[in-house]
Design a protein around this ligand. Structure first.
Ligand SMILES: C[S@@+](CC[C@H](N)C(=O)[O-])C[C@H]1O[C@@H](n2cnc3c(N)ncnc32)[C@H](O)[C@@H]1O
Length: 265
């Protein structure tokens, strides 16, 4: 039995129900018009891009045009900095060293990435993303932070088979706030292949939006999963998997799971 410490009330909510939407609208009337605009835009993008990756890439293009920091989920620059710092501090506390090789799946505009690039030896950071627009913003972050000499890899991808990457290579694989925007088949694709690119002692940390109630999604942008669903999926692909209880103590809305090829690396 997994012990959770985050508010269970929030985690039992099903945001896709009409009752939730009406209650939310009554509590936050100012957010109704922006929500309707977003729902309209998303319906159009889903019509134009029936596959999830194509759709989400179009969402990112539209959001990044407005503000790359908001596109990765930060409401202002201070939050963008704080969220990156939280990701960085956590991994350093868990042993990330400069000589390690790291794969950052869904690296966005390097909110956490620029700190990892700064910390790691040159060439040891590999960021991948489905959005060309956010990768252009990532290069801008890299330039602003004067990290060119660290020669990170920033690569566009269309799927999460990781087939272009070498086997037994990465000590740390990281996906922050990516599976919270991913349907089950995308997560399964990643879990089916990540073991190959991990070293024997390496681990893959990913965050997800946790529900204790019914699994659901909102606008095909936000997905809510039960912990056990994701743990089972990882185990189905021969990986060890556990919820990271120390992450639960941090002021962050999502939960974190660690998977690895060996038990407790
Ligand atoms: C909320 S942002 C988080 C970015 C970064 N991890 C951070 O914490 O700042 C999610 C990112 O994941 C990317 N993404 C979404 N689905 C993806 C997928 N299936 N494969 C790779 N990247 C994906 C998006 O384009 C976006 O840049």
């Amino acid at each position: 039995m997994v012990r959770h410490t985050k508010s269970s009330k929030k985690e039992e909510r099903n945001r896709s129900t009409l009752t939730h939407k009406v209650g939310y609208a009554l509590r936050h009337p100012g957010r109704v018009a922006p929500y309707l605009r977003r729902a309209g835009r998303d319906a159009w993008l889903r019509f134009r891009h029936p596959d999830h990756v194509g759709y989400y890439r179009a969402v990112m293009a539209s959001d990044t045009r407005r503000d790359p920091e908001a596109a990765v989920g930060s409401r202002n620059h201070d939050r963008w900095l704080a969220l990156g710092q939280m990701q960085f501090d956590y991994l350093v506390e868990h042993g990330l060293r400069p000589e390690h090789r790291m794969l950052d799946i869904g690296c966005g505009n390097l909110r956490g990435g620029w700190r990892f690039i700064d910390h790691l030896d040159p060439g040891n950071y590999y960021g991948i993303d489905i959005s060309p627009d956010i990768l252009i913003a990532a290069k801008q972050t890299l330039t602003e932070r004067r990290l060119q000499h660290k020669l990170p890899h920033l690569t566009l991808t269309g799927d999460l088979t990781l087939d272009f990457l070498p086997s037994d290579h990465f000590d740390v694989v990281h996906a922050h706030s990516v599976f919270s925007h991913s349907p089950p088949h995308v997560i399964e694709e990643c879990l089916a292949h990540v073991g190959r690119v991990l070293t024997d002692k390496g681990f893959f940390d990913f965050t997800f939006d946790r529900t204790e109630g019914t699994e659901h999604q909102v606008l095909r942008e936000d997905f809510y999963y039960r912990t056990e669903t994701l743990l089972s999926l990882a185990r189905k692909h021969g990986l060890y998997a556990r919820l990271m209880e120390d992450w639960e103590q941090l002021p962050h809305g999502q939960s974190k799971i660690r998977v690895s090829r060996s038990p407790r690396p």
